[in-house]
Design a protein around this ligand. Structure first.
Ligand code: PLP
Ligand code: ZN
Length: 413
């Protein structure tokens, strides 16, 4: 814990020791990890980072763990791809795709869970648990397997098969709840009162959330030590969105960037669950919980824990918030796949449709450096695209093949 000074309440500023706590006793505000940035500044450098491991753990000085023995399945250091075709189509000359769908359990959640699992072991927990919209369950189960910990993952019962199986294969206890994510989360808070488990996104949340900062560090490093002018990010609880910005800002204040951070942070949600977008558009920035009804299940949090902080980041960065029409989610998935060869899940469909809107509305100008964050893998949400792909089914003969090809042309497939 070289550089962690403790936990601090985000609302009243009270400080707490480094323990598995997530709310302030005094005002019920959420707790956040506090660092000794002067001490970090004395030791950190670009060289120190670039000589580190080819994973998110190259930024360990900025993560809240003690030792060097991380629970690590190699999260992070994912490709930042310069767009060839999508940018051209959207009128953007300087577009990059952060392809975080290729993490070990196929979503960015490996970054947050790697930190939370490491911290859970440091605290002496034997069981790793979570309330999940899907991807988190996969990542918690995978990291627990690696760490030799028990895992109990709680999910809404109506998740895509790819996420249920993608979690269950690592042999955690999978608890599918007949209810929404918000109900799963509420139940988990009660379970946490009675079982001494490390719930990565409840009692471990302060540590967990810090893992998302690496999505900011990594992009800045890959852009040769500068932050983009625009970041387009999907949002559920709002946590990752705020932490990407925090990542850019930390590098800036540590003197590691060549230019000041001017990133406009664009937040995207699906219209069927857009409480943060609605809150941002409301008069008083107040978030009203909604009952999710969206194809983007990984983003289906109706009562977002970090929603108000996401709105603060929206205001501070001069970003925008956009609710993508439900029918555009699949279009976004198809568009990214067809133009760049990247198959993302529904959350990525939200981002690409949001990006298309931002480009067409002029919010992002042609030459501006833009990064679209793709946070999850399309093989986990095949249900969303089942009806829009059309393999040719033929007999094993040339004539059948020709007939099918001609039919395809006629059908304009
Ligand atoms: C969980 C998740 C998000 C949103 O994360 P929050 O920090 O809760 O906003 C985005 N994309 C994918 C693929 C996710 O699984
Ligand atoms: Zn407080």
């Amino acid at each position: 814990m070289a550089f962690v000074t403790g936990l601090r309440c985000r609302e009243c500023g009270r400080t707490y020791p480094t323990e598995p706590l997530n709310v302030c006793d005094f005002c019920f505000g959420p707790l956040e990890v506090a660092y000794d940035y002067d001490a970090i500044a004395r030791i950190i450098s670009r060289d120190r980072i670039t000589s580190g491991p080819l994973s998110m753990w190259r930024y360990q000085d900025l993560l809240p763990v003690d030792g060097t023995d991380a629970v690590d399945i190699n999260a992070g250091f994912t490709p930042l791809v310069k767009s060839k075709n999508l940018g051209k189509l959207l009128g953007l000359d300087n577009l990059y795709i952060k392809n975080d769908s290729v993490n070990p359990s196929y979503s960015f959640k490996d970054r947050v869970v790697s930190v939370a699992a490491t911290k859970a072991l440091e605290f002496g927990f034997e069981t790793l648990a979570c309330a999940s919209t899907g991807n988190l369950a996969c990542s918690v189960a995978a990291h627990a397997a690696r760490a030799g910990m028990k895992a109990v993952v709680f999910i809404p019962a109506d998740l895509e098969a790819g996420k249920v199986i993608g979690a269950a294969i690592y042999a955690p206890t999978v608890v599918a709840i007949k209810g929404s994510y918000d109900e799963v989360n509420r139940l988990c808070s009660e379970v946490g009162d009675n079982w001494n488990w490390a719930f990565v996104n409840i009692n471990m949340r302060a540590f967990y959330a810090e893992g998302s900062k690496t999505l900011g560090y990594e992009v800045a490093e890959q852009l040769n030590w500068r932050a983009p002018q625009h970041a387009v990010v999907p949002s559920a609880s709002g946590s990752m969105y705020t932490k990407i910005y925090k990542g850019y800002k930390e590098l800036e204040s540590l003197g590691l960037l060549d230019a000041p951070v001017t990133t406009k942070m664009h937040l995207t949600q699906a219209a069927g669950c857009a409480p943060i977008v609605d809150g941002f558009e409301s008069e008083d920035d107040i978030i009203k919980p909604v009952k999710p009804n969206t194809v983007a299940k990984s983003l289906a949090i109706g009562n977002p824990a970090d929603g108000i902080y996401a709105i603060r980041t929206l205001r501070e960065s001069g970003g925008s918030a956009y609710a993508v029409p439900e029918e555009s989610v699949t279009e976004g998935i198809k568009l990214l796949a067809e133009t760049e060869g990247i198959f993302t899940e529904t959350a990525g469909g939200v981002v690409i449709s949001g990006l298309r809107y931002l480009a067409s509305s002029g919010a992002i100008k042609r030459d501006e450096l833009t990064v679209a964050y793709i946070t999850g893998n399309g093989l986990k949400t095949q249900e969303a695209v089942e009806d829009v792909v059309h393999p040719l089914l033929i007999d094993p003969s040339i004539s059948s093949f020709e007939q099918a090809l001609n039919g395809q042309k006629a059908g304009g497939n």
